[in-house]
Design a protein around this ligand. Structure first.
Ligand code: PEP
Length: 255
């Protein structure tokens, strides 16, 4: 059965002491709740990954980076390699976030290289895809998402693809307070699963976790996570508020 995952993308927020405070509030909340079959992934800024990974063995959460270089190593000032992340016990890496596509020119081709590097170094990519508002309005959202997935992921062998987590994040919903309706999320997630089935077969498609991201919050998570093909969320703004984030983590329907 596929994993339920809630990942918090802290983006470029929080000073060191604020990050310490947030981390400790989340760790306390997770231990209070006790064992759960939902995987919690915290993706702080790179500077704080070490602090998070030091705490993760004693607590029930995983640590994710927000980006990794497509290059193995060398003269790439300011970059962080997948090998470096892996050497710090990082489990996941967000790739292809719309902010990186928009502000840092990350193309599907670059993302295909990044995905391979991250998997090569034993981490799981959380690969983000999603359409712009004008693409949805033009009715091309399925084609856009299919294209992003095919170009960045479909060169992977079966075993490598099985490490991938996909986050569907309609760009018009990210940080806007405008969430996709449960029907819109389910429709796209079912389409993504069908696309994976056509390439890798039903068994692999059924075991791939598909997360929803885009203004998911403590109020709407229950409805979104009740959708058959929504296996959790990638959470931006609400992941900076410990109570809200913990509510989201606990928003799955009972099995
Ligand atoms: C994100 O940036 O991945 C995200 C989903 O942001 P928000 O939850 O703030 O819309």
């Amino acid at each position: 059965m596929r994993k339920k995952i809630v990942a918090g993308n802290w983006k470029m927020n929080l000073t060191f002491s604020e990050a310490e405070e947030l981390l400790s509030a989340i760790v306390d909340g997770i231990s209070e709740k006790g064992k759960s079959d939902t995987e919690v992934v915290l993706c702080p800024p790179a500077l704080y990954l070490n602090m998070a990974s030091d705490l993760s063995p004693e607590s029930e959460f995983f640590v994710g980076a927000q980006n990794a270089s497509q290059h193995e190593k060398g003269a790439y000032t300011g970059e962080i390699s997948a090998a470096m992340l892996a050497s710090m016990e990082i489990d996941y890496c967000i790739l292809g976030h719309s902010e990186r596509r928009k502000y840092y020119g990350e193309t599907d081709e670059i993302l295909a290289e990044k995905v391979k590097k991250v998997i090569e170094h034993g981490m799981a990519p959380i690969f983000c895809c999603g359409e712009l508002l004008e693409e949805r309005e033009a009715g091309s959202h399925f084609e856009v998402v299919k294209n992003q997935i095919e170009k960045a992921l479909f060169d992977l062998e079966n075993a490598a693809f099985m490490d991938v987590v996909i986050a569907y994040e309609p760009v018009w919903a990210i940080g806007t307070g405008r969430t996709a309706s449960p029907e819109q999320a389910q429709e796209m997630h079912a389409f993504i699963r069908k696309t994976i089935t056509e390439r890798y077969g039903k068994e692999i498609a059924d075991s791939t976790s598909l997360l929803y991201g885009g203004s998911c919050n403590a109020k709407n998570a229950v409805e979104l996570f009740s959708c058959a093909d929504v296996d959790g969320g990638l959470i931006g703004g609400a992941s900076l508020k410990p109570d809200d984030f913990l509510t989201i983590v606990n928003s799955f329907p009972e099995d």
